[in-house]
Design a protein around this ligand. Structure first.
Ligand SMILES: Cc1ncc(COP(=O)(O)O)c(C=O)c1O
Length: 367
């Protein structure tokens, strides 16, 4: 008898997450100098973390022998001040990915339905399937969530609805009024998981706190992996009613967020000037990429986030060609977008290099 015959059957059919390729892998596989490779594949912050966050992380490392504060007291206090909510309304996770999984643990059972956009962040589907629930995928409209169609897909079996605004992999956000009306109209038995991973890149993102205060079943998710540049340290958080935060807290590991990440996140929250600079740089980078695509005659999807979809014909081949030149981007065939690449907005110089290599690719396929 092998392990597979003993395992929970869900595991055998569970799809596997495909991350952006790490620089070291590409260097090894292609014999390139890692110093010359740029990674624009995982929507990371090209400006790194705030120096204040780095200093705080270094200091926390000195106490690496101690278990972290499993309750993330200081970070939740700081988040409570920032958002004007109670500290008991926050749940901190090992990236917002972990909170997505905690939501699955807490709410999903076999037979439940989960409504999500298609394509949307693939982890929504992974979590849904992991807990034996059914993914009800609603095609996007003009690359954004089709909220009326999502509302129409809700049945008495629906337990969760995932909405990311801006959406990944398209970068398109929903209008505030439309999003809030959608949330308000959801039936009592449905929890809205509103994923704000890229909300800091918007000038004025929708504010769901009044909905939470009014008792609506909304769990909002944020991350320190994007504008705060701390993807490696794995810190994300959710905010909701105190009841929802408490329920999610019951299913987390005792020490789910490491102390170095907690210290860095706390310092990052105190350096809003850094986040503002990154937001402005990102806006300039998007404009640079848009202008470059127009000059190359490449279609793109105007984005509200720190990444952009660019139509290149054969996405897998373009990914491969760029990678050979040391530019790692993301093919999105697995998201049902085989003719597109998803590229992260880099520094000015990184964007130039990306556009140069895209130009070379265009010349090759057009001649
Ligand atoms: C829409 C969305 N949500 C959540 C995440 C997870 O982020 P993390 O686990 O790093 O906080 C990502 C990461 O790319 C994302 O794109």
């Amino acid at each position: 008898m092998d392990f597979s015959s003993l395992v929970n059957p869900t595991v055998l059919t569970q799809p596997v997450y495909e991350p952006g390729k790490p620089i070291e892998d590409v260097a090894r596989e292609l014999g390139l100098d890692p110093q010359t490779i740029i990674k624009l594949a995982s929507n990371e912050n090209p400006f790194g973390p705030s120096p204040k966050a780095v200093a705080a992380a270094r200091q926390a490392l000195e106490h690496g022998q101690l278990y972290p504060d499993g309750g993330c007291y200081a970070l939740r206090q700081s988040l409570a001040r920032k958002w004007g909510l109670g500290a008991d309304q926050f749940i901190v996770g090992n990236g917002s990915n972990e909170i997505l999984e905690l939501i699955g643990h807490a709410f999903l059972r076999g037979g439940d339905e989960v409504v999500m956009g298609a394509p949307a962040f693939v982890v929504y589907k992974l979590v849904t399937l992991l807990f034996g629930a059914k993914a009800v995928e609603v095609p996007l409209r003009r690359h954004g969530h089709d909220l009326p169609a999502m509302a129409a897909a809700i049945t008495p079996r629906t337990k969760l609805v995932f909405v990311a605004s801006p959406n990944n992999p398209t970068g398109v956000s929903n209008a505030t009024a439309e999003l809030l009306a959608f949330a308000e109209a959801l039936p009592e038995h449905v929890v809205l998981v509103y994923d704000e991973a890229y909300a800091e890149y918007l000038d004025s993102p929708p504010d769901v706190r009044p909905l939470i205060k009014a008792g609506r079943k909304v769990i909002a998710l944020r991350t320190f992996s994007k504008i705060y540049g701390l993807a490696s340290l794995r810190v994300g958080y959710g905010y909701a009613s105190a009841e929802a935060a408490r329920l999610l807290g019951r299913v987390r590991q005792p020490f789910n967020v490491n102390a170095i990440g907690q210290a860095a996140a706390l310092a990052a929250l105190d350096d809003e000037a850094f986040a503002t600079r990154c937001r402005n740089e990102n806006r300039a980078g998007l404009a640079q990429l848009e202008a470059g695509c127009r000059a190359l005659g490449l279609e793109f999807v105007p984005s509200d986030a720190n990444f952009m979809l660019i139509s290149v014909g054969d996405g897998a081949a373009a990914f491969d060609a760029l990678q050979r030149k040391g530019v790692i981007v993301r093919p999105v065939g697995s998201y049902g977008l085989p003719t597109w690449l998803r590229v992260t907005v880099g520094t000015h110089a990184q964007n130039e290099r990306l556009l140069h290599e895209l130009g070379q690719w265009c010349r090759r396929v057009r001649t």
